[in-house]
Design a protein around this ligand. Sequence first.
Ligand SMILES: [Zn+2]
Length: 194
Amino acid sequence: MMNMYDIKQEIIDVANRLYEKNLNGGYGGNLSIKVENIIYITRGGIPKVNLTPEDIAIIDIEGNFIEGKPSSEYKMHLYTYQKNAQIKAIVHAHPPYTMGFSIGPTDIPTELFPETSMLIGKVHISPFFPSGSNELAEDIADRFANGAIAVLMEKHGISVVSTTSLWDAYYKLEAIEHVAMAYTTHTILKEARR
Ligand SMILES: [Zn+2]
């Protein structure tokens, strides 16, 4: 069983990896881990790099604030955990190629590659809702309740869940961004050969 220090450190480590790999930047993104009925989640209004344990807020599954002030997008995490008790971690980030697909929005063709087809299946698409709104939180939580592993958020970014760990959610997000990069390259090459 992870203690509070380990849980916060895992969020800090994954956030740093996202930043180093150019999978998240600016002030965007938020990460959370649920252990029993407690949710550990990054606070809002700060770049998600070199976080300290004080930057990880704690809320309970009812939505009560226990420690610190969570990200303005916390309801997306809260509702997701409420609607699907199997989910243990959520990564939400703004990876640039994935964001490109989110403008359309256009499917990220994860089913083209055996690995991502098996690991992730289809990336669901959530229509545009304002960041931090109840509608956005409800729409995404419903998709995760219905079995989605990844949801592309129109003109925004992506959220990925895991039933095992935050690192698992991270690697799935990384794999999706690689598909988005690969497919972008494919599209450019196809145009160049015309
Ligand atoms: Zn966001």
